[in-house]
Design a protein around this ligand. Structure first.
Ligand code: GDP
Length: 223
């Protein structure tokens, strides 16, 4: 993955209609303060394009970053900010759910979990939402630099068990300080783009075949 261009193309609020994108979307979800903006900035090779929240929980929008005119990184609002009132929390939840449900171009959801902590009730809820919408979340265990090397395996296990993931769920330990884990995330994105290209090619071939058959039929009628 080479980042050539980055553009915050669409910002959606609670009542917005989501964009009808042609390119695929890859979404990022996580509790507020988990390090989502830092991860997105690291992936975009930018210092502060995605907002790093001085005030956690401020992000109430879904932001669509156009990457290379090839795909979108979709920044979902951080959930579970303790100081937000219940009504506001419910609205964020509904917006995230509506996006997961409605997006046609969404191909993968990365769910961010702090590697130091057992997943919260909201983390589990989010994991289940993503699953029930037909996506298998890819887990990014953030703030890797804050634990010792010797703790990594144990903490990854706690994250996995806390979410109740199945055996083949991918968990990528990541640090926005050291950028460890970045290449693994890029690799998944590359694979998703490759799969999409293959699918589009197959679709085009099928359309061409159908067109040829149609033409053949019409020619037969003339004979
Ligand atoms: P968001 O609310 O999920 O977007 O979280 P932010 O990206 O704004 O990060 C919240 C806080 O955690 C900020 O003070 C970041 O500097 C810090 N942070 C984020 N990622 C990392 C990381 O990988 N390592 C360390 N040490 N701090 C991080």
């Amino acid at each position: 993955m080479v980042i050539k261009s980055v553009n915050l193309e669409t910002v959606c609020g609670i009542t917005s209609t989501f964009p009808d994108n042609v390119n695929i979307e890859i979404a990022f979800a996580g509790k507020s303060n988990v390090g989502k903006s830092s991860l997105i900035n690291a992936l975009m090779n930018r210092k502060s394009y995605a907002r790093i929240s001085a005030e956690p929980g401020k992000t109430q929008t879904i932001n669509f970053y156009n990457i290379n005119d090839e795909f979108y990184m979709v920044d979902l609002p951080g959930y579970g900010y303790a100081k937000a009132n219940e009504e506001v929390k419910a609205k964020w939840g509904k917006m995230i759910e509506r996006y997961l449900h409605q997006s046609i171009k969404l191909r993968a959801v990365f769910l961010l979990i702090d590697i130091r902590h057992t997943p919260s009730e909201n983390d589990r809820l989010m994991y289940d939402w993503v699953l029930s919408n037909g996506y298998k979340p890819i887990i990014i265990a953030t703030k890797l630099d804050k634990i010792n090397r010797s703790q990594i395996q144990k903490n990854v296990k706690i994250v996995k068990e806390g979410l109740g993931v199945d055996k083949d769920t991918i968990v990528i330990p990541f640090s926005s300080e050291t950028k460890q884990g970045k290449e693994e995330v890029y690799q998944i994105m590359d694979e998703l783009l490759k799969e999409e290209k293959l699918m589009e090619e197959e679709l085009r071939e099928e359309e061409a075949r159908e067109e040829a058959e149609e033409e053949e039929l019409q020619n037969d009628e003339f004979r």
